[in-house]
Design a protein around this ligand. Structure first.
Ligand SMILES: [Zn+2]
Length: 202
C-alpha cells in the first residue's frame, strides 16, 4: 500500500492544506489528494482556479457587506428592491437562505458575525457602525432583525435595536417559526416565509 510518507513533498503539502479545511481529517485529506491526482488535469486545475477567482474577485458589498464581485452587490444595485426595508442577518449564507425563500423584497445588512463575548467578539468587530449610519442617512421605515434565534443572536439583535431607538424606524424581529436553536441556514423556504410574515415589533 502506498502511503503519504513516501510521496513527494508536493503531495504532502496538498494533504496538509486540505487537512486544514473544516471537517476534513487526515484520512479525508489523503483521499481528496489522491482523487485530485487521478482526475484530469483540467478538472483538478478547475478547482484551483475557482479558489483563486473567489479570493481575488469576491469582496464585500460596500453598502450591505453581502458577497459581491462589484462595488455594490446585485441586490443593492437592483432598482426593483424595496429600499425602505432593511433586513439584518449574521452571515452572507443567511442572506442566501432568505433570498431562496423569495419572500423578501427589501435590502439587507450583513453583520459578518454576532456579538459573542465568550469568543471575544464585540460590537466593534461587526458591521454595526455602518448599519447605524445607513439607517441614519437612508429612508428606511423598517429594520427587520433576522439574526439567529440563539442567545448570542438575540443579544446582538437587542443591542442593535437599542442603538436604533433614536431613529424613526420600526424594528421588528422574525417570528419564531424558526425554532430556537435552529438557524436560518437550515430552515426551509416555508419556515422562512412564515417567520417573515409573522414578524413582530421588537
Ligand atoms: Zn449590497
Amino acid at each position: 500500500m502506498i502511503t503519504m510518507s513516501n510521496h513527494a513533498g508536493a503531495v504532502s503539502e496538498l494533504v496538509e492544506q486540505l487537512g486544514r479545511l473544516p471537517g476534513i481529517g487526515r484520512k479525508s485529506a489523503e483521499r481528496l489528494a489522491f482523487h485530485l491526482l487521478r482526475v484530469s488535469e483540467h478538472e483538478a486545475l478547475g478547482l484551483a482556479d475557482a479558489i483563486r477567482r473567489v479570493r481575488k474577485d469576491v469582496r464585500y458589498c460596500s453598502a450591505c457587506f453581502n458577497l459581491s464581485e462589484t462595488e455594490l452587490c446585485s441586490i443593492c444595485s437592483d432598482p426593483n428592491r424595496d429600499k425602505t426595508r432593511i433586513c439584518v442577518v449574521e452571515q452572507p449564507r443567511d442572506l442566501m437562505s432568505l433570498e431562496q425563500s423569495s419572500a423578501y423584497r427589501g435590502v439587507y445588512h450583513v453583520l459578518l458575525g454576532r456579538i459573542a463575548p465568550l469568543d471575544g467578539i464585540g460590537p466593534d468587530q461587526l458591521t454595526i457602525d455602518p448599519l447605524v449610519e445607513r439607517v441614519r442617512k437612508g429612508n428606511f421605515v423598517e429594520v427587520i432583525m433576522a439574526t439567529n434565534p440563539t442567545v448570542e443572536g438575540d443579544g446582538t439583535s437587542l443591542y442593535i435595536s437599542n442603538l436604533l431607538s433614536e431613529y424613526p424606524v420600526v424594528v421588528t424581529r422574525l417570528a419564531r417559526g424558526i425554532t430556537a436553536g435552529s438557524v436560518l441556514e437550515y430552515a426551509n423556504r416555508e419556515m422562512i416565509a412564515d417567520a417573515l410574515t409573522g414578524r413582530q415589533k421588537l
